[in-house]
Design a protein around this ligand. Structure first.
Ligand code: UDP
Length: 405
C-alpha cells in the first residue's frame, strides 16, 4: 500500500500537507463506513484504497460490511435496478424483509461518532439512530436521475433521517429535507489497478488471455450487469467490424451483492456466438493488475453504460491516456467532454461509428486520451476525494455551512 506522502509527486506537496491539517482538525472523531460488499464494484474499490490512507492521516476510521442472504440481495438488486429507472415490482413482504435484515445488522453493529452509510442496502440502519450526538451520512453512488417512484418513496423516509446526503453528480440531487452535497468519486493512481506498468507486463497479460496485441483491441471492463450493456457492446463491435479489423474484450467479474451476473453472462455468450475475436473474460476479485494491463494495452476503451453512478472504469482508462467511448449517462459526462476528452454516445450505432472513426484516426484518438488524462488528474484523483470527505466530516460539527481551516 502506498504511503500518503507518495502522492506528492502526482498531485503536489501542498495538497498532501493540507490533508494532514484537515485530518488533525478532526481530532479523535471516529468514522465508520458501512456498505454491503467487501469486493466488486466501485464502492468497495474506493473504500479499499480510502480507508488505509485516512488511517495514515491519523483519522480514526473503519469499514463494516452488512450481512444478508440471497433473498436480501435479490431485493436490493431490484432496488438498484428500480432506482436506475428499470420497471421492477417490489412487494410489501420484500420491503419488510429488507428492513428486517437491516434491523438484524443494526443489532450486531456498534456505531461510531460518524456513521457513513453507502448506498441503499444498509440505509435502514438509521432506524437505530437515537439522538443527534452521533452524525449520520448517506452516500448514494448510483444514478438517481429517474428513480422508480415507489422505491424512492420508501427510501426517502430513511434518507431524511440522516444529517446529510452525498451524491456523485448534480443531476442526482433530490428534494430532501436534509442537506445535500456533491462529491465525485475518484481513482487511486498508485494502486495496482492504475499504477504505471512496464510494456512487458502488458504483453504477458495479453498473451496469457490469447489476445493479439498487433491488431486493434476494443475493451470494456465491467461487472456483468445489464445496465453496463455488454450485449449492446457486442452489437456495436459487430457493426464496426464490418469495416475495421478489431478484437473485442469484455472483462469483468461479479460482486457479492449482485445476484444477476450469471444470467447476464449467458446472454453475452449467446450474443458473442463463435466469434474468435471476442474475448469474454470472467475475472476473479484480485485481478487489478490484469485489469490495469488490459486497459493499458487496449486501442479503445468502451463504457457503454445505460445508467451509471459515476463509472470508475472511465476514469481508470482516461488516466491511462486511452481514448474512451462511453454512454452519456450519470456521472460519465463529468469525466468526458464530448470530442475533447473522449466520446459520448447514446446508441449501438453511434458507438459502432465512433469505434470505426477512432481506429481509423489514431492521432485524434490519442489527443482525446491526452486531454482525458489531464482532466482526471485535475479532478478525480483520490486526494481530492479525501479532502472533500474531511471537509464534510468537519462540517457535521459546525452549525454554519462553511468550514474554515
Ligand atoms: N472492476 C474490477 N473487477 C471486475 C470489474 C470491475 O475490479 O471484474 C472494478 C473496475 O475496475 C472499477 C470498479 O470495479 O474500479 C467498478 O466501478 P464502476 O464505477 O465502473 O461501476 P460499478 O461496478 O460500481 O457499477
Amino acid at each position: 500500500m502506498a504511503a500518503i506522502e507518495d502522492y506528492a509527486p502526482v498531485v503536489g506537496e501542498s495538497i498532501v500537507e493540507e490533508l494532514f491539517l484537515l485530518a488533525k482538525q478532526l481530532g479523535g472523531v471516529s468514522v465508520q463506513n458501512i456498505n454491503s460488499t467487501a469486493v466488486g464494484g466501485g464502492v468497495a474499490e474506493i473504500l479499499m484504497r480510502m480507508i488505509p490512507l485516512l488511517q495514515q492521516l491519523g483519522v480514526n476510521v473503519r469499514w463494516d460490511v452488512i450481512r444478508g442472504d440471497d433473498k436480501f440481495f435479490v431485493i436490493t438488486k431490484k432496488f438498484h435496478n428500480g432506482l436506475h429507472g428499470v420497471d421492477v415490482d417490489v412487494s410489501q413482504e420484500e420491503y419488510d424483509y429488507f428492513l428486517e435484515v437491516n434491523r438484524q445488522n443494526a443489532e450486531m453493529l456498534s456505531f461510531d461518532d460518524i456513521v457513513f452509510v453507502h448506498d441503499p442496502q444498509p440505509i435502514g440502519l438509521v432506524e437505530k439512530r437515537t439522538d443527534d450526538k452521533r452524525k449520520w451520512l448517506w452516500r448514494c453512488h448510483i444514478d438517481f436521475s429517474n428513480p422508480h417512484p415507489q422505491i424512492w418513496k420508501f427510501l426517502e423516509r430513511y434518507i431524511n433521517r440522516y444529517d446529510t446526503a452525498v451524491f456523485s453528480a448534480p443531476q442526482f440531487a433530490r428534494r430532501l429535507s436534509i442537506k445535500q452535497v456533491l462529491i465525485s468519486p475518484s481513482i487511486d493512481p498508485l494502486s495496482d489497478k492504475n499504477k504505471d506498468l512496464p510494456e512487458s507486463t502488458v504483453d504477458e497479460v495479453f498473451q496469457r488471455f490469447g489476445i493479439d496485441r498487433s491488431r486493434p483491441v476494443v475493451t470494456q471492463i465491467s461487472r456483468f450487469d445489464y445496465l453496463k450493456d455488454p450485449v449492446g457492446v457486442i452489437k456495436a463491435y459487430k457493426l464496426a467490424k464490418k469495416s475495421v479489423d478489431c478484437q473485442l474484450v469484455l472483462a469483468g467479474g461479479g460482486a457479492t451483492d449482485d445476484p444477476e451476473g450469471a444470467q447476464v453472462m449467458e446472454d453475452v455468450k449467446k450474443e458473442a456466438g463463435k466469434d474468435k475475436d471476442i474475448f469474454i473474460l470472467f475475472l476473479p476479485p484480485a485481478s487489478d493488475l490484469d485489469i490495469n494491463a488490459l486497459q493499458r494495452g487496449s486501442t479503445v476503451v468502451l463504457q457503454k453504460s445505460l445508467k451509471e453512478g459515476f463509472g470508475l472504469t472511465v476514469a481508470e482508462a482516461l488516466w491511462k491516456g486511452k481514448p474512451v467511448i462511453a454512454g452519456a449517462v450519470g456521472g460519465i459526462p463529468l469525466q468526458i467532454a464530448h470530442k475533447y476528452s473522449g466520446i459520448l454516445t447514446t446508441s449501438v450505432e453511434g458507438t459502432a461509428q465512433w469505434i470505426k472513426q477512432l481506429l481509423n484516426e489514431p492521432e485524434y484518438a490519442k489527443k482525446l486520451g491526452v486531454n482525458g488524462q489531464q482532466h482526471i488528474k485535475e479532478n478525480f484523483i483520490i486526494t481530492r476525494h479525501i479532502k472533500d470527505y474531511l471537509l464534510l466530516f468537519l462540517s457535521l460539527f459546525h452549525k454554519e455551512d462553511t468550514v474554515y481551516f
